[in-house]
Design a protein. Sequence first.
Length: 173
Amino acid sequence: MTSVSKLFGEAEIARRVEDLAAEIAAEISGDFVIVGLLKGSFVFLADLVRALDRTGLAPRIEFMRVASYGLGKESSGKVDLVGDILDDVGGRRVLLVDDIVDTGRSLLFARDLLKDKGAARIWTCVLLDKPSRREVDCTADFVGFVIEDVFVVGYGIDYAEGYRHLPYIGVVD
Ligand code: IMP
Ligand code: MG
């Protein structure tokens, strides 16, 4: 049986997301588009956009779906675009949002794609950063929590498609 031990509780996540929105608002003003990476970022993004609204920001919201993981805990090392954004980001400023930056391949892949589409400026934001796992040169502009090399689930993040529904973030033992 897999067991999950709590790493960040609901209240702690909510406080951090609120602060993260303030950090973003201090740097980005005016029109911009948020591009969330599915599926992992959906819960984080839902909370983040409402926290951004409280700072007075009104971003448009798009999603892109990329896949790098199979059903296990190890990334395949190859990133595929599974679903593209429909909106035109040419000439627009974009905040790319993901759940975790691990090897960095997914975020780099998505950022390059947005660059190719002609985005005027791209910032990146992740809830969790595992710097010890990085394999490519990729640093997120806004980071919720820096964590060790542990496999986490919950708050949108899965293990073999399970656990996304958990309201907290836990470590799978
Ligand atoms: P990267 O391309 O290796 O940086 O991986 C990024 C993606 O891998 C994230 O968006 C997650 O979906 C997934 N991932 C990385 N670490 C974990 C984890 O600890 N638990 C679940 N998914 C993870
Ligand atoms: Mg993901």
